[in-house]
Design a binder for this molecule. Structure first.
Ligand code: IPM
Ligand code: MN
Length: 378
């Protein structure tokens, strides 16, 4: 029997309880698909930080980098300044493991009602591939008080004067700036991954960017997209501005197959995607490095007010577990889990309150695990 070792970071808020259900379902899949998982728990999150001062150490990251896949619940705690845990643990891992693909399926399951009137499971079935290591997430920026960073202000002054003949005040009280950077290689690898994915789906790849305004950075993105596309003559492509795409996701979701987009736009449009597929309770994500360590998580947060109540929807995390198994090469088990989620929601009997039910988080996990076993035994 194949043996896997999988590190688990339950994290904060509802993280531990949703991940418990995910493990339950993966264990059930292992029973029927012939593998066994040894779960290795890691304590990282707010409690651990407040006790020890450690967010996640280099030693821990090194240790984790020996594994192919990590299972993550959620991070974020009201006792802490927003961003500390998110940047110190989540983004830190995405960057350290160079998980340059953030794969976010937007799929309306049979039995789930989309908030978009008249749209069915046939209409909403696409994948967003979010670049996950560059763009405005590189963490370079800062603030400057009067008299500092004169160079940045000088650039702005010269631009205004050259373009508009305006002489602007350069000695502003205070400025803030944030740098967005994308590299040729960083862009190539995520776009190539997306073309390959499109080839295995419906042969349609959409770029989402803002090349009309942020033309240096996203003009470069488009150039690379077009150049790489020459290797994929059968894939149909189009360019979309991010503002317009928020409209198309709602108006014509059936248009999309694979969507590739830089980091920040990917962050934004996947929350919208989650809504059109029925809510954050149903949206999984994978942070993938195809030749290294990947990490799987629901895209929602830690929902601190529901902590310990066994109440929230575990389906996003269970689905993320299916993405994890796919990465390990257990695609039959992965498919069985997605089918089981679909059967659970289309039966519409065992469901949490966000889906109009009265069941507990753990009851939903148990139900999906039961269905996975049924599918596996057939
Ligand atoms: C996400 C989250 C994170 C992000 C936060 C928590 C840092 O919103 O995974 O989409 O911005 O990437
Ligand atoms: Mn987000």
């Amino acid at each position: 029997m194949t043996q896997y070792k999988i590190p688990v970071i339950g994290g904060d808020g509802i993280g531990p309880e949703i991940v418990r259900e995910g493990k339950k379902v993966i264990d059930a899949a292992g029973d029927v698909f012939g593998f066994d998982v040894e779960w290795i728990d890691y304590p990282h999150g707010a409690d651990h930080y407040l006790e020890t001062g450690e967010l996640i150490s280099e030693d821990t990251l090194k240790e984790l980098s020996k594994y192919k896949a990590i299972y993550l619940g959620a991070l974020g705690d009201p006792r802490m300044t927003p961003g500390i845990l998110e940047k110190g643990i989540l983004l830190n891992m995405r960057f350290y493991f160079d998980e340059y693909i953030n794969l976010r399926p937007i799929k309306l399951l049979d039995g789930v009602e989309s908030p978009i009137r008249g749209k069915t499971a046939q209409d909403i079935d696409f994948v967003v591939v979010r670049e996950n290591t560059e763009d405005f997430y590189i963490g370079i920026g800062g603030r400057a008080k009067k008299g500092e960073k004169k160079d940045l202000l000088e650039v702005k002054r010269q631009l205004y004067s050259a373009k508009f003949g305006l002489d602007i005040e350069t000695d502003s009280e205070e400025i803030a700036y944030q740098i967005g950077m994308i590299s040729k290689e960083g862009t190539r690898r995520v776009i190539e991954y997306s073309y390959d994915l499109a080839k295995n789906r419906r042969n349609h790849l959409s770029s989402v960017d803002k090349a009309n305004v942020l033309s240096d950075i996203y003009g470069f993105w488009r150039e690379n997209f077009t150049e790489i596309g020459k290797k994929y003559p059968t894939v149909q492509t189009d360019f979309n501005y991010v503002d317009a795409v928020t409209m198309w996701f709602v108006k014509n979701p059936e248009f999309f197959d694979v969507v590739v987009t830089p980091n920040m736009f990917g962050d934004i449009i996947t929350d919208l995607g989650a809504m059109i597929q029925g809510g954050l309770g149903l949206a999984p994500g994978g942070n993938i490095n195809p030749s290294g360590t990947s990490m799987f998580e629901p895209i929602h947060g830690s929902a601190p007010k529901y902590k310990g109540m066994d109440k929230v929807n575990p389906l996003a995390t269970i689905w993320a577990g299916a993405l994890l198994l796919d990465t390990l090469g257990e695609s039959n088990a992965a498919n069985a889990i997605v089918n089981a989620i679909e059967k659970n929601v289309s039966a519409g009997i065992v469901k949490t309150s966000d889906m109009g039910g009265t069941n507990k988080c753990s009851e939903v996990g148990t139900d999906v695990a039961r269905i996975v076993k049924e599918i596996g035994k057939k």
